[in-house]
Design a protein around this ligand. Structure first.
Ligand code: UT7
Length: 324
């Protein structure tokens, strides 16, 4: 008897060309490079050009991931795209990606779990591949978060950026319990905390797009607690300790959150991938973008064990364990 398992074949990322620095922001709102770097670790972020859509960003990241995997777009039969900033209210942005890439016959849909979206998308695609519903999946996190930012609100506008990352996964039969591939997921939400981080508009409520609103310091405390509990749970469920993990690839919201979680769980900071300084918080895109960066600079190597974690609006949070 063999069982189906999802294996990661390729990773890609894309950042829009335009870079917005802390100094640029200091000319727009009452803030400073010092404040932003001290409180968040962010130095700069990338902002999409006018007319550059979430699907365009997703397509660029996916092309690179497919090229590195040596897999033709026609082989892809599942696209799961995590985004909070879709091209349109409907259809799903994943269908625009399907059309632009000319992928094979199959299914494409979006997942909405804000900054945790990539982990929810990974868990969804993994489940479908393991069931044998599809064979080759693109799992994407892509955002044009700049479009839902209130650029006069200094408490949020300094935090976010645009970008996208993609992972190609394939189902492969193997011996039950054999190591390798995507191993485990832990995803959770708590709708009672939605008022701490949300967008003040929507199709059904205001018929507008709205802007991001956040009680940052409250979100911060929950982020450290929820991420730590998700990481501990996935380690315990799989009989692992922090030292068994080669690399932690977290959602990139704030360097202080990364440091806080590492300290709480006694994780060696040298094994935490951080791109927050260069990317800012790119919501669902931040994990695959960080993974891509660490593969490109040869820190993350084939066969290594990766633990990803995230927390975002909803609240939603989670962790995933996989071998690259
Ligand atoms: O990815 C989804 C999840 N999101 C997060 O995880 C974000 C979590 N939160 C955070 O990262 C942090 O809470 C922030 C970076 C958003 C804020 O840092 P903080 O240390 O929690 O600051 P604070 O909100 O408590 O504000 C401290 C002070 C306030 O002034 P007063 O009331 O002490 O006079 C703010 O008005 O800093 C002020 N402030 C700023 N000052 C300069 C807030 N934003 C700015 C700014 N520049 N951009």
């Amino acid at each position: 008897m063999s069982e189906l398992r999802s294996h990661i074949r390729g990773v890609g990322g894309y950042l829009p060309q335009h870079v917005l620095t802390n100094q640029d922001l200091a000319a727009m709102v009452e803030t400073s490079d010092d404040w932003i770097r001290e409180r968040t670790g962010i130095r700069e972020r990338h902002i999409a050009e006018e007319g550059e859509l979430t699907s365009d960003i997703a397509v660029e990241a996916s092309r690179l991931a497919l090229e590195r995997a040596g897999i033709a777009p026609g082989e892809v039969d599942l696209i799961v795209l995590a985004t909070t900033t879709p091209d349109q209210t409907f259809p799903a942005t994943a269908t625009a990606v399907q059309a632009k890439l000319a992928t094979g016959e199959g299914a494409a849909f979006d997942v909405q779990a804000v900054c945790s979206g990539f982990l929810f998308a990974l868990a969804t695609a993994d489940s479908m591949l393991r069931q044998g519903l599809f064979r080759t999946a693109l799992v994407i996190g892509a955002e044009t978060f700049s479009r839902i930012i209130d650029w006069s609100d200094r408490t949020t506008c300094v935090l976010f950026g645009d970008g996208g990352g993609a992972v190609v996964m394939q189902a492969e039969a193997g011996a039950p319990g054999a190591g390798g591939g995507v191993i485990a997921h832990h995803v959770r939400t708590d709708g009672t905390k939605s008022g701490l981080l949300y967008v003040d508009g929507g199709v059904s409520s205001t018929r507008t797009i709205g802007h991001v609103r956040m009680q940052g310091n409250k979100v911060f405390k929950h982020a450290v607690a929820n991420i730590s509990s998700a990481v501990q749970a996935i380690l315990d469920d799989n009989g692992l300790g922090p030292d068994d993990i080669d690399w932690f690839v977290p959602h990139q919201a704030n360097q202080r959150i990364l440091d806080g979680v590492a300290k709480k769980l006694a994780i060696d900071e040298d094994r935490v991938i951080s791109t927050v300084a260069e990317h800012g918080n790119t919501s669902a895109a931040s994990i695959p973008l960080a993974l891509n960066a660490a593969i490109e600079d040869h820190r993350v190597r084939p066969g290594q064990l990766i633990l990803s974690e995230a927390m975002g609006g909803g609240f939603s949070w989670g962790a995933s364990l996989f071998r690259i």
